[in-house]
Design a protein around this ligand. Structure first.
Ligand SMILES: Nc1ncnc2c1ncn2[C@@H]1O[C@H](COP(=O)(O)OP(=O)(O)O)[C@@H](O)[C@H]1O
Ligand SMILES: [Mg+2]
Length: 488
């Protein structure tokens, strides 16, 4: 049997089956009709009637012969293929039925009767007796058996078609499911790849920026120590010198005119007063440089690939210090207020540089968001605390910016998703932060936000797992950390 992918094939084969059953049924009907006409012929006296019946009988037999040949040899016009199954062939050509022979005999007898002269027409006629006999028994029986066989084969065909269709359907379903699963897998792989790629780009960028920062901090730090370290000393010496001048003035109140002239010329009182102020402001400036250098070092702790003990508050503060310029008031808006609510949390062992990067990404997104509302009194609240079971550190970073729509929220962590203009947003910040918090630290990062309600990021970093998982590496890196420290 053919494979039925094609509905046209099924229809053609169905038509053939129907034609076969139809024609084989007709054979049976023709045999009965021939017998009836034969009986009528014998019983009628009317010669005109007799002639008509002879013609009818011959026509019936012609049709019977044509149908028989069609069934056995095929006939395209009648949609008969002429291919017999083994069973049908047996019925036609083998014992016990020899149907083909029976049909030929029957046709011969009917044709013979149609030729008999009127005087010979009676109920005892040999041809008539033969016709009536077989059309009621052997021939009828064999024709019925053939029709049954044809019907059985047609039903078998239908069942096979149904089975095949069911199998095809199943194959299609399986194929579709497989394709679907493969597509999903592919999609996941592509996403993973994108994430890895973006993380690589970013961490590469950050590690080179980090190295540069560390280098700059180191270069500034050494000469700066000459200034910072000597500032107090300078203050002390100057203090001493002025004390000496004061002592002179006490003991020699009436000094020489040349000296008095110089004192007036340089406005000694003013110098004394102003120098103290200048030294104080130098001290403030120097303190600030020192803080900045420390923060640069903290931020860029050359550890993108090693775990260290991090004081999270120090990490956040360093990040804020680096962002200080962006927090200041400008022409478009007042300064961004930073509200800190630091809880008591232990140091955690983590990839400090990477976590600083997360704070950097989230805080700069917050500032970007606040800038979207002109003249807005923006604030960023940073709250840290331990989870109730003490196993995780939680950092909440919230802003009172414009918030985001559901649509944005759904794509927030997708690599390359950004709502910012070209050149400003990369769409990588949060994708990378997610990777760092969730994948690298086994933590949790989520975002609560709705339009007009501001945005809050919730970061959880486990204390235990991060310490335990890579303890060996952690200890080694700690030593490296210390070495780095003494070097800078
Ligand atoms: N605090 C926030 N308030 C409003 N929208 C935010 C905030 N943080 C992030 N977003 C939205 O998430 C998007 C993706 O952020 P991010 O991954 O850092 O990429 P980028 O900052 O380069 O656009 C931003 O473009 C912005 O639409
Ligand atoms: Mg960003």
């Amino acid at each position: 049997m053919a494979t039925y992918f094609d509905i046209d094939n099924i229809i053609t084969d169905r038509e053939i089956n129907a034609a076969i059953i139809n024609i084989s049924g007709r054979q049976r009907m023709l045999s009965q009709r021939a017998a009836l006409f034969a009986l009528k012929l014998v019983c009628t006296e009317d010669s005109w009637q007799q002639e008509r019946l002879r013609q009818e009988m011959l026509a019936v037999i012609d049709l019977m012969e044509q149908s028989h040949n069609g069934l056995i040899k095929g006939n395209p016009a009648m949609k008969l293929p002429g291919k017999l199954s083994k069973e049908v062939w047996t019925i036609y050509f083998e014992p016990p039925y020899y149907l083909s022979q029976q049909i030929w005999d029957f046709m011969t007898q009917v044709r013979a009767l149609a030729q008999v002269t009127s005087t010979e027409l009676n109920l005892e006629n040999y041809h008539l007796k033969y016709i009536l006999q077989v059309s009621e028994t052997e021939l009828l029986n064999a024709l019925d058996i053939a029709v049954n066989q044809y019907q059985k084969e047609s039903e078998l065909f239908e069942r096979q078609v149904e089975m095949q269709q069911a199998q095809l359907f199943q194959q299609i379903c399986t194929a579709r499911a497989t394709t679907h699963a493969q597509a999903k897998q592919l999609e996941r792989t592509v996403q993973d790849l994108q994430r890895t790629q973006s993380q690589l780009i970013q961490s590469e960028k950050f590690s080179s920026i980090g190295q540069m920062m560390a280098g700059v901090a180191h270069e500034i730090n050494n000469p700066f120590n000459f200034i910072y370290g000597n500032l107090q000393c300078t203050k002390d010496y100057i203090h001493d010198l002025f004390e000496l001048i004061n002592t002179y003035q006490e003991h020699y109140p009436n000094t020489l005119p040349a000296i008095q002239g110089k004192i007036d010329e340089i406005e000694l009182d003013f110098v004394q007063e102003d120098l103290a102020k200048i030294l104080d402001s130098m001290q403030v400036g120097a303190n600030r440089i020192r803080e900045l250098v420390l923060s640069l070092r903290n931020f860029s702790r050359s550890d993108l690939s090693s775990r260290q003990l991090l004081d999270l508050h120090q990490g956040i503060d360093s990040t804020l210090l680096i962002l200080r310029n962006r927090l200041k008031a400008n022409n478009d808006r007042p300064a961004v207020e930073i509200i800190k609510d630091y809880g008591s949390i232990p140091k955690i062992e983590c990839y400090a540089g990477q976590l600083n990067q997360v704070f950097m990404n989230i805080l700069s997104n917050g500032i970007d968001a606040l800038e979207e509302i002109p003249n807005h009194l923006g604030y960023i609240k940073i709250r840290t605390h331990l989870s109730p079971d003490g196993s995780r550190v939680i950092i909440q970073i919230a802003d009172n910016g414009p918030g985001m729509t559901q649509e944005v929220k759904e794509q927030l962590f997708d690599p390359f998703f950004t709502t910012k203009p070209l050149g400003k947003g990369t769409g990588l910040g949060l994708a990378i932060s997610h990777k760092i918090v969730v994948d690298t630290h086994g933590g949790y990062l989520k975002c609560e936000s709705s339009p007009g309600k501001g945005t809050e990021f919730w970061i959880e970093i486990p204390l235990q797992s991060s310490v335990r998982r890579e303890q060996g590496v952690g200890n080694r890196q700690l030593i490296t950390g210390r070495l780095t420290k003494t070097k800078v």
